[in-house]
Design a binder for this molecule. Structure first.
Ligand code: BJW
Ligand code: ZN
Length: 242
């Protein structure tokens, strides 16, 4: 198998997707048993869907919370936490996952691009998002204690903009000039933007690009190295840090 060498003059940006949590028992979105097979995306993961039927949206996210709550990090997550411990500020992890497992595994240099499953916010007022591990009983739409507006999951839905502070953090890491850049994407179908465009940005900045995925992704051809396999099996042996 190829090895990815990181020396003291290299920085590593990792982008993860649902495939990384598959071995922890969390379903992916697209493909065979993917979540979108049984749930129409536009109804459960868009602002229009929430306006039309907030109760359906909360049923979906309550099930997701209940399903993800007992799940634990797998060897893929743990490998990435180990890289961060060794590389310090030469490491950044940008995840599209909302399950929080990277933090449980120990990653702190972490950007949650699409939000967090266990965080809720108000759809009306400016109250801070708050931790919320509740799965609401069937049909309940929780209301804001401060303004009475509908609460919603703190998730970035289709058509919504990503938090610009998060994109700035990734952009600044990409653009650093003090070290050589390696970009590694893991467990993502490369179908959702802007994350699917990071590989292009890394290439334009002269970065070396790697993809580890169970199946080819939509943007596989943009990567210089493609290792086909399960992240929990591939990652622990992929990287050597000098
Ligand atoms: C394994 C494995 C194992 C399995 N080991 N691998 C540019 C071009 C075209 C469109 C756009 C564009 N810019 C923006 C857009 C619009 C849109 C978009 O991208 N649409 C596309 C579908 C074309 N993007 C947005 O709306 C974003 N907002 C935005 O850009 O705002 C500005 C703007 C708005 C409108 C127009 C233009 C600009 C927001 C996107 C938010 C996505 N949110 C979701 C749902 C909420 C999360 C939740 O409920 O949990 O986030 S969508 C869903 O997909 C989820 C994921 O984070 C995301 C990515 O999925 P991921 O992680 O790649 O999972 P899968 O299932 O697709 O793939 C898993 C892969 O793993 C597979 O390949 C398997 O083979 C592999 N695998 N097991 C390794 N063990
Ligand atoms: Zn409110």
């Amino acid at each position: 198998m190829d090895t990815l060498r990181i020396d003291k003059d290299t920085r590593l940006l990792v982008l993860t997707g649902a495939g990384v949590s598959a071995e922890s028992g969390i379903p992916t979105f697209r493909g065979g048993n993917g979540l979108w097979e049984n749930h129409p995306v536009e109804q459960v993961a868009s602002p229009e869907g929430f306006r039309e039927d907030p109760s359906l949206v909360w049923r979906f996210y309550s099930q997701r919370r209940a399903g993800a709550a007992p799940c634990q990090p797998n060897p893929g997550h743990r490998a990435m936490a180990e890289w961060e411990r060794k590389l310090g500020d030469r490491f950044l992890l940008a995840t599209q996952n909302v399950d929080g497992l990277h933090r449980v595994a120990g990653n702190q240099q972490l950007v949650e691009l699409h939000g967090n499953l266990f965080t809720t916010r108000c759809s009306r007022c400016t109250r801070e998002p708050f931790e919320d591990r509740l799965a609401y009983p069937d049909g309940t739409v929780p209301l804001c204690g401060q303004c009475g507006g509908k609460l919603r999951p703190h998730i970035v839905w289709f058509g919504e903009v990503l938090d610009e502070r998060n994109l700035l953090r990734v952009g600044e890491f990409l653009a650093r000039e003090d070290t050589r850049l390696v970009f590694l994407a893991v467990g993502t179908s490369g179908a959702v933007y802007p994350a699917a465009g990071f590989v292009q940005a890394a290439r334009e900045l002269g970065g070396e690009t790697w993809l580890v995925n169970a199946d080819p992704a939509d943007n596989t051809l943009l990567f210089q190295h493609f290792v086909r396999g399960r992240s929990g099996e591939v990652l622990p042996a992929l990287v050597t840090i000098d």
